[in-house]
Design a protein around this ligand. Structure first.
Ligand code: CA
Ligand code: CA
Length: 538
C-alpha cells in the first residue's frame, strides 16, 4: 500500500505563500492554481475518497429495470471524468461494488459462481471494460468478496449435499463446508439439517452455508478467485464481507486468515487495497487492522461519532479527541494503517433520514468525516441526500433504493422495497447539478478541498483543546513538515470569534479553504467562523 505524493505542487503553494498572495479560497469547485494558472493536484494514494455502489440499483443500460455494469460505465463521468478541474464530476477516487458475482438473491451476498459476473449485471467482459474505463480516469475499482459463505445453489454445496444424501461421505466437497453431525455442533453457531444426521453451519441465513476455511482445497479455490479478479479483470482490491464470521468467536483465527488473504493479493500486485467488514466495537476493529484496513463502525450510524458531533450530542472537542485516540489505538497495532471513516452503508438507514440538510446537519457531518484521515467511503446517493430506512416492513431493500437520477434512467428499486418515494424530498441528481447550493455541489467542493490539502489525509494529528466551547474545535495535521489546521463550528446559528493561540502555539497565516453555511476570517490568531462552517488554515 504505497503512498504517493507530488512534492512540486506543495513547493508551488509555498512559493505562492511566500509571494504574499494572502488568503487563498477555493471557489466554484476549482483547484488551487499556481502563478502560471496551472492546477495543483495531489495524489494521496490509498488515502482517498471511495464511493460504495449497489450495481443493481445504480443505472440500467438495457431497460430491464435492474442496474448493470454498462449502466455504471455510462455514469462514470458523474463520479469522475478524469479531469479534476472540469468541475463536472463528484470527484471520487475509487469505487466499491457490492457483490457482482453470480448469486441467488437480489443483493448477491450469496455467491453461486465466484468466477462469473451475474448475468443480470452483464458479462465478465463488461467488468474488464469498466476497470479499463476507471483506470483511464485514475479511479480504483474494488469489489465485494464474500468468503464466509456461499449460496446453497453453489455447485460445491449442491455436490456436497447430494453426496451426503447418497451416503458418499468421502466426497471432497463435503469438507468445503462446515458440515457436522449433531454432536459436533458448537454453541453460539446456527445449523440447518441436511440428510442422514448431518447439519451445515449458516449463521446469516439457511440459504448461506458457511465455508470451511481450514480446508486447503477451499484455500486453493480462493487463491484462484483472487488471482482471476486481480490479474485477468484488473480490480484494485476487495471489500471483504463479514470477516468476524470466518471463525465465529475467534478473532485470532480470523486475523490469521485475513493475513493469508493479504499475502495472496501480494502475489498478484504490489499496489492493492483491502478493507474488511468487522461490524463490532472499536477495540475489536482496531485489532483487525493487524491484517487489513477495516471500516470504522464507531464513526457511523445515527448514534456514531460523526452524527453525535454534527447534531451537538457531543462537543467538537470530544470528536477530535475521539479521532485521535481511535487512530492511536489502531496505529499501535499497525503503524501503516489506513483508517476508514463513513456515515452509512447498505446495511444502515440512510443518513439523510436523521441528518437535516435544511438545517445544515448533513453538510456538517460530511465536513466532519471527509475532512479527516484515511479513506472515507460515501454510500451512493448520500451526496444527494437520498433517504431510505428499513421501515415497518423491516427490509434492507429500502436502504438500497434506485439512484435518483431524475432523467430517463430505467433503473428500479430492488425486489422487496416498500419505501414511499414521496418521502424523497431532497431532489434528484439532475435538479441538484443545476443548483449551486445543493448537497451534491457541496460534496463536490468538499472533495476538492480535501484533495487540495493532502495533509488532512496523510498527516499526523494533534487534537487541540478548546474545551471551553461545545460547538468549536479542531486539530493540526502535519505531513513532511507541513501543517494544516482543520476547525469546525457546529453551531446552528452562532458565529464564533476564537483566539486560536489559547489552543495552539502554531501560527497560521492564511485560510486555505472555507466550507459551510457562511464565511470565515483570520486576523493574527483571531479566527471568526460562521455557524455550520469548517475552515482549513495554513
Ligand atoms: Ca439492466
Ligand atoms: Ca464462518
Amino acid at each position: 500500500m504505497k503512498k504517493k505524493f507530488l512534492i512540486l505542487p506543495l513547493l508551488i503553494l509555498f512559493i505562492l505563500f511566500l509571494s504574499g498572495c494572502g488568503e487563498i479560497k477555493i471557489t466554484d469547485y476549482t483547484f488551487l492554481t499556481d502563478s502560471n494558472g496551472s492546477e495543483i493536484v495531489y495524489d494521496t494514494g490509498n488515502n482517498s475518497v471511495y464511493y460504495e455502489i449497489f450495481v443493481g440499483a445504480y443505472s440500467d443500460s438495457d431497460g430491464d429495470g435492474i442496474g448493470d455494469i454498462n449502466g455504471l460505465i455510462n455514469r462514470l463521468d458523474y463520479l469522475n471524468d478524469g479531469d479534476p478541474s472540469s468541475g463536472k464530476s463528484l470527484g471520487v477516487d475509487g469505487i466499491w461494488l457490492m457483490p457482482i458475482m453470480k448469486a441467488g438473491s437480489y443483493h448477491k451476498y450469496d455467491v453461486i459462481d465466484y468466477m462469473s459476473v451475474d448475468s443480470s449485471y452483464g458479462t465478465n467482459e463488461d467488468m474488464i471494460n469498466l476497470v479499463n474505463e476507471c483506470n483511464d480516469r485514475n479511479m480504483h475499482v474494488i469489489i465485494d468478496l464474500v468468503l464466509n459463505h456461499t449460496s446453497t445453489l453453489n455447485a460445491w454445496f449442491k455436490t456436497a449435499s447430494k453426496a451426503i444424501s447418497e451416503g458418499d461421505y468421502s466426497n471432497k466437497y463435503i469438507s468445503y463446508y462446515s458440515i457436522v453431525t449433531e454432536d459436533q455442533e458448537e454453541t453460539g453457531k446456527t445449523y440447518y439439517a441436511l440428510s442422514n444426521g448431518y447439519y451445515y453451519e449458516a449463521n446469516f441465513d439457511r440459504s448461506m452455508p458457511e465455508l470451511n476455511l481450514d480446508n486447503e482445497d477451499v484455500k486453493a479455490e480462493i487463491s484462484e478467485i483472487i488471482r482471476y479478479w486481480m490479474e485477468d479483470v484488473g480490480v484494485y482490491g476487495f471489500r471483504l464481507d463479514a470477516v468476524k464470521y470466518f471463525y465465529l468467536g475467534d478473532d485470532a483465527k480470523n486475523i490469521e486468515f485475513l493475513k493469508w488473504v493479504d499475502s495472496e493479493c501480494q502475489k498478484y500486485s504490489d499496489d492493492y487495497y483491502l478493507v474488511g467488514e468487522d461490524w463490532s466495537n472499536d477495540g475489536e476493529i482496531a485489532s483487525y487492522y493487524e491484517a487489513i484496513s477495516c471500516f470504522d463502525f464507531g464513526m457511523s450510524g445515527s448514534d456514531g461519532a460523526i452524527t453525535s458531533c454534527a447534531k451537538q450530542y457531543e462537543s467538537v472537542n470530544s470528536y477530535v479527541s475521539y479521532l485521535s485516540q481511535y487512530r492511536n489505538s489502531v496505529e499501535i497495532v499497525n503503524p501503516d494503517a489506513i483508517l476508514t471513516p463513513f456515515i452509512s452503508n447498505h446495511d444502515m438507514n440512510r443518513a439523510a433520514g436523521y441528518l437535516s440538510i435544511k438545517e445544515g446537519e448533513m453538510q456538517m457531518a460530511a465536513n466532519l468525516y471527509i475532512l479527516t484521515y484515511g479513506t472515507p467511503f460515501i454510500y451512493y446517493g448520500e451526496e444527494i441526500g437520498m433517504k431510505g430506512s428499513r421501515g415497518t416492513e423491516n427490509t434492507d431493500a429500502n436502504r438500497r433504493l434506485a439512484m435518483l437520477w431524475g432523467d430517463n434512467d430505467t433503473v428500479e428499486d430492488p425486489v422487496g422495497a416498500t419505501y414511499d418515494s414521496s418521502l424523497q424530498t431532497n431532489g434528484t441528481v439532475k435538479e441538484q447539478k443545476k443548483d449551486k447550493t445543493s448537497l451534491y455541489n457541496y460534496y463536490k467542493k468538499l472533495l476538492i478541498i480535501r484533495k487540495c490539502n493532502p495533509e488532512i489525509a496523510l498527516g499526523e494529528y494533534t487534537a487541540l483543546n478548546f474545551a471551553n466551547y461545545t460547538t468549536f474545535g479542531g486539530f493540526l495535521s502535519t505531513y513532511e513538515g507541513r501543517t494544516v489546521g482543520v476547525f469546525h463550528n457546529t453551531s446552528y446559528s452562532t458565529t464564533l470569534t476564537i483566539d486560536l493561540s489559547k489552543g495552539t502555539d502554531f501560527n497560521f497565516t492564511f485560510i486555505a479553504a472555507v466550507i459551510g453555511s457562511g464565511d470565515a476570517t483570520l486576523s493574527g490568531s483571531i479566527l471568526t467562523i460562521a455557524p455550520h462552517t469548517s475552515v482549513i488554515l495554513r
